[in-house]
Design a binder for this molecule. Structure first.
Ligand SMILES: [Zn+2]
Length: 345
């Protein structure tokens, strides 16, 4: 028996062993004149068991996941896998090549492009293959993000509560297995067009991450995420890693981003962070200043925490505009996952 997908030629998803191939994206312009843009994919099939779909490079300037998944592809052989790993380490390949959040070829945010369009631009074609073909093969999905060049997050798992009590329980268990320093829950439930939303619609448990950022890779965060990835795949039953199980017993630190978490600048100028990433702050506490550039007779504007909580995200580039998010304050929930806001759970 074989199982193939037309836009991913040369890969038989039913065959045992390790296979490499490409999602073939049709596009032709001055820069991409070969007419096919290849987004790499690896399938590592060890036989009966669950399928985990692992994604990085949804945003091209988020590098931790791209490195971790390339490393995993090289390190793991099919006989170590129970079930199947489908790994996409550079999903939005055009953005990955540029090291930017979105690609200049279409300026489309792939994490807002689901369910995509098979006849659309590059990101829309990739979204269609993920939403229509790959998520339906998966029992679990992981999409690895970070703060990119624009921001830095506390190293965290990142999940949207819901959409059902069963899916939320599976997500919470996965977050606890990944065992990042922070576990961030975000309301509203999902962003339109996101991979999280596509997985929710398909009823497949999915978690994301936000691992640092600032347009670079942090050695300690990468080390922690490498262990977390192994622990998560062990928890999902795809890849045995018994050594990870003792670390998983540690309590997870849950925080929640709400509609009131973001502190936006009301002045264009230079941002001076005052509170640091991970710092606990009280409502009203000074978290950032913005200095106007040309108006020397005007004082710097001060920005304050909207609530008690943890500084979970800090903007990275110093130049800001009116409306730029300076910091995000997350509500501290301790070791208890936040409740979903849906009436069903
Ligand atoms: Zn991202």
């Amino acid at each position: 028996m074989t199982f193939t997908i037309p836009r991913i030629p040369g890969i038989d998803f039913a065959a045992p062993g390790k296979q490499f191939g490409y999602l073939e994206i049709d596009h032709s312009d001055n820069e991409y004149d070969a007419a096919v843009i290849p987004s790499p994919i690896a399938v590592i099939n060890g036989g009966d068991g669950p399928t985990a779909l692992l994604i990085a490079g949804t945003h091209g300037d988020e590098f931790e996941g791209q490195i971790l998944l390339q490393e995993l592809i090289r390190a793991v052989d099919a006989d170590a896998v129970t079930g199947r790993l489908i790994v996409l380490p550079a999903l939005n390949i055009c953005a990955v090549r540029e090291g930017r959040r979105v690609a200049s070829v279409d300026r489309k945010n792939l994490n807002r492009a689901m369910p995509g369009n098979a006849d659309g631009g590059p990101a829309e074609q990739i979204a269609a293959i993920v939403a229509e073909e790959l998520i339906s093969l998966a029992d679990y999905v992981l999409d690895i993000h970070s703060g990119g060049t624009a921001s830095e997050y506390v190293a965290s798992s990142f999940v949207y509560p819901g959409p059902t009590p069963e899916l939320w329980a599976a997500k919470v268990a996965a977050v606890e297995a990944f065992n990042a320093p922070y576990s961030v829950a975000v309301k509203p439930m999902m962003k339109t067009g996101s991979i999280s939303g596509a997985a929710d619609l398909a009823g497949v448990p999915m978690i994301s991450t936000e691992l640092g950022g600032r347009g670079t890779v942090s050695v300690p965060i990468l080390r922690r995420a490498r262990a977390g990835l192994r622990s998560l795949l062990d928890h999902w039953g795809v890849l045995k890693d018994e050594g990870s199980r003792s670390a998983r017993a540690e309590a997870v630190q849950w925080v929640e981003l709400t509609g009131a978490s973001a502190v936006h600048s009301t002045l264009a100028g230079l941002m001076e962070p005052v509170a640091e990433l991970g710092q606990r702050v009280r409502a009203g506490e000074l978290v950032a200043r913005v200095h106007p550039v040309e108006e020397l007779d005007r004082p710097a504007k001060e920005f304050h925490a909207p609530m008690d909580g943890v500084v979970a995200v800090v903007r990275h580039p110093t130049v800001v505009n009116i409306g730029t998010t300076l910091v995000n304050i997350a509500v501290d929930h301790g070791s208890t996952p936040p409740k979903g806001n849906d009436a069903t759970f």
